[in-house]
Design a protein around this ligand. Structure first.
Ligand SMILES: *[C@@H]1O[C@H](CO)[C@@H](O)[C@H](O)[C@H]1NC(C)=O
Ligand SMILES: *[C@@H]1O[C@H](CO)[C@@H](O)[C@H](O)[C@H]1NC(C)=O
Length: 272
C-alpha cells in the first residue's frame, strides 16, 4: 500500500497507471480487491493469483529464509501471469517508495533487443554472487563468455514482456534453478538466476532509481545511509524493514522517509 501511495503521489498523470498485483493462490482475491479499492477508490488494477506449486519444487533454501517464499519468484513469471496485451511493465518490490514520476522510469528505451532495464552496479563484486562450485566449472561459468556481467538488483526492473515471451526467459531461469537443486551454485534466492540469464545484457538505468540496501545488511539489518547522488526511489532491500522497525520503536533514521506512506499510521488525502 505504501508503494502504491508513493507512485500515485509523485505521478504527474496517475490515471494513466495500471497496477498488476500478484498474490498467493491461497489469498482471498475479493477481500484484497475490496481492501485496495477502499484505500484507492479510482485505482486501475488487476490481481493475479500465483500458483506457487510450480515454483516451490524448484526452490532450494537460501541464506535468508524470507527469500525462499515462492512469491519472491513471481517476477520470473510475469510474462505468463499477465495478459498478452501487457507488453511492458515496471516491476517493483513491496519494500520501496517512489519519490519521482514512475512514467520517466517506464519510458526507459530498451534498444533493439534488450529485455530488461535496471540500475546496475559494475563496481560490486559480481563473483561473490556465485559459489566456488560455480566458478570452478567451465560448463557453468562460460555462460558469461562474451558478456561483461554486472550486478543488478531485481527489485526495480523495466521489463519488455513481449521480448520475454518470445525468448522464453522463464524457462531459461527455471533451468538455472534446476541446476541449483543439483549443486549449490549461489546462496541467495530469486536474484542469481536473473543475473545468470541477463547480467551484461540489460540497459543500465540511473542509480537514482534504486537507492537500495536501506534495510541494512542481510544478517543483522544494521542501519544504512543513502548512496551519494540524486534519489528517485528508496528501497529497503536487506534484512530490516521500515514497518517492522517503526512498529518496534527502533527505527533507522531513513525509516522516517517511509513513514508518511504508511496508510495504517497516517491519515492522508490524495489530490484528485
Ligand atoms: C473472501 O472475502 C470476501 C470479502 O471480504 C468475504 O465475503 C468472503 O467470505 C471471503 N471468502 C473466504 C473463503 O474467506
Ligand atoms: C567505481 O570504482 C571506481 C574506481 O574505484 C570509482 O572511480 C567510481 O567512482 C566507482 N563508481 C561507483 C558508482 O561507485
Amino acid at each position: 500500500m505504501a508503494v502504491i501511495l508513493s507512485v500515485l503521489q509523485h505521478s504527474s498523470c496517475p490515471q494513466n497507471i495500471v497496477f498488476h498485483f500478484v498474490t498467493s493462490a491461497a489469498a482471498n482475491v475479493s477481500f484484497l480487491h475490496a481492501t485496495i479499492s477502499s484505500s484507492f477508490p479510482y485505482l486501475n488494477f488487476q490481481i493475479y493469483p500465483f500458483d506457487d506449486a510450480s515454483v516451490s519444487r524448484l526452490i532450494s533454501t537460501s541464506i535468508r529464509s524470507a527469500l525462499d517464499c515462492p512469491l519472491n519468484y513471481a517476477r520470473s513469471y510475469l510474462a505468463n501471469l499477465l495478459p498478452l496485451c501487457v507488453t511492458r511493465v515496471v516491476y517493483l518490490d513491496s519494500d520501496l517508495i517512489l519519490v519521482d514520476d514512475i512514467a520517466k522510469l517506464a519510458a526507459t528505451p530498451l534498444g533493439d533487443n534488450s529485455v530488461l532495464a535496471a540500475p546496475q552496479y559494475c563496481n560490486a563484486s559480481f563473483t561473490s554472487y556465485f559459489t566456488t562450485t560455480f566458478w570452478s566449472n567451465p560448463s557453468l561459468y562460460l555462460t558469461f563468455a562474451n558478456r561483461k556481467p554486472c550486478y543488478f538488483n531485481t527489485g526495480v526492473m523495466v521489463m519488455d514482456l513481449d521480448r520475454w515471451r518470445n525468448g522464453d526467459y522463464t524457462t531459461k531461469i527455471e533451468e538455472w534453478m534446476e541446476i541449483q537443486k543439483q549443486m549449490r551454485i549461489y546462496e541467495l534466492g530469486s536474484l542469481p538466476p536473473f543475473l545468470l540469464v541477463f547480467a551484461g545484457n540489460i540497459v543500465p538505468v540511473d542509480h537514482r532509481w534504486n537507492q537500495h540496501g536501506l534495510g541494512g545488511d542481510n544478517f543483522r539489518g544494521l542501519c544504512r545511509n543513502l548512496h551519494p547522488g540524486p534519489v528517485s526511489l528508496l528501497h529497503w532491500s536487506g534484512k530490516g524493514k521500515p514497518w517492522a522497525r517503526l512498529d518496534a520503536n527502533r527505527p533507522c533514521p531513513l525509516d522516517a522517509l517511509w513513514a508518511p506512506y504508511d496508510l495504517l499510521q497516517t491519515p492522508f488525502v490524495l489530490d484528485s
